[in-house]
Design a protein around this ligand. Sequence first.
Ligand code: VNL
Length: 389
Amino acid sequence: MISRRVWVSLMGAAGLASASSGALAQETVKIGMILPLTGPFTPIGKQVEAGAKLYLSQIGGVVAGKKIEIVLRDDGGVPDATKRIATELVVNEKVNVLAGFGLTPLAMATAPIATQSKTPLVVMAAGTTAIVDASPFIARTSFTQAQSAATIADWAAKNGIKKVVTLVTDYAPGIDSEKFFSEPFKAAGGEVLAQLRAPLQNPDYAPFLQRVIDAKPDAIFVFVPAGVGAALMKQYVERGMDKSGIRLIGPGDITDDDLLNGYGDSALGVVTAHLYSANHPSAANKAYVEAFKKANNMRPNFMSLGGYDGMRLITEALKKTNGATDGPGLIAAMKGMSWESPRGPISIDPDTRDIVQNIYIRKVEKVDGELYNVEFETYPSVKDPARKK
Ligand code: VNL
């Protein structure tokens, strides 16, 4: 924790420094982007970075007469590092906006800095509902776990799935996934036989999957964070669960476009609910996938959209303020914005600053020799169900 006194003096020093650095500083808007670019969650950082940079290059890097500069930093996925880097970016680099945040604890650790320094903070990856409540300066362009969890609950209950065991990674977005699947699923007449939680660090899924097999459910509902789903998928297949009649369902983190093709045919038929598929059939998405692949030599996954749309949110807000960068003005400009993203139509809820978006039900299928999540049903304009009274 930074004490209030130290904070005020740091900010005072920063103010003096910026006053003397003159006009040049005003011509550039700095976006401090903090992402995991080393460690197990590197793929998340890479996707968000690639999405953000693609959007910026497409608009030529200038908005409202100001040059937009991304100041990129690696936190290795460690909350203390995220917080320290955010402080450094605000105080020394004088960034106008903070952005990125690959996992919930990283966004949560940084929220007080956004509040204290009145710096808008755009969450481009993390998905726990509580994040946007942690500071009035936070807006989100990624997703909430509840959006996908509640949607797959509705779909499962209507499609002959009666008994489910849930298995989630034991941290905030996993707990949200478990709760916002189980509650609506039970309300719709479904039965949750067991709720299992695996550790975030070095999980061994074998004992959990054995308990699932013993419980004989119709389906296992799974949430694991993006980028690390392969270990679970491998054990699911090794135990023959793909052939045992226990279906795998969940939010789409486990079949994210980064990993999916590596799973092989055992992933065929897995049904998930999520905000994005690289296979999403729209002109905007075809153009996005093509440009993204050309620039990065990989498929965009759902995390990339948080970066792409996040840069759009920031730069459109700057247009609205005619380039003014004061925090309260920028965050006010972000509220209520809407546009067509490669994922479909999205908006920023003016009351919560959270994203509203379509959630699609998708099935893993082979398209032109590659595995994709093929969308077959749409739940339009889903507001975070965790907020409904
Ligand atoms: C989170 C949620 C992270 C969903 C994820 O991947 C994910 C989070 C790293 O809020 O921490 O797929």
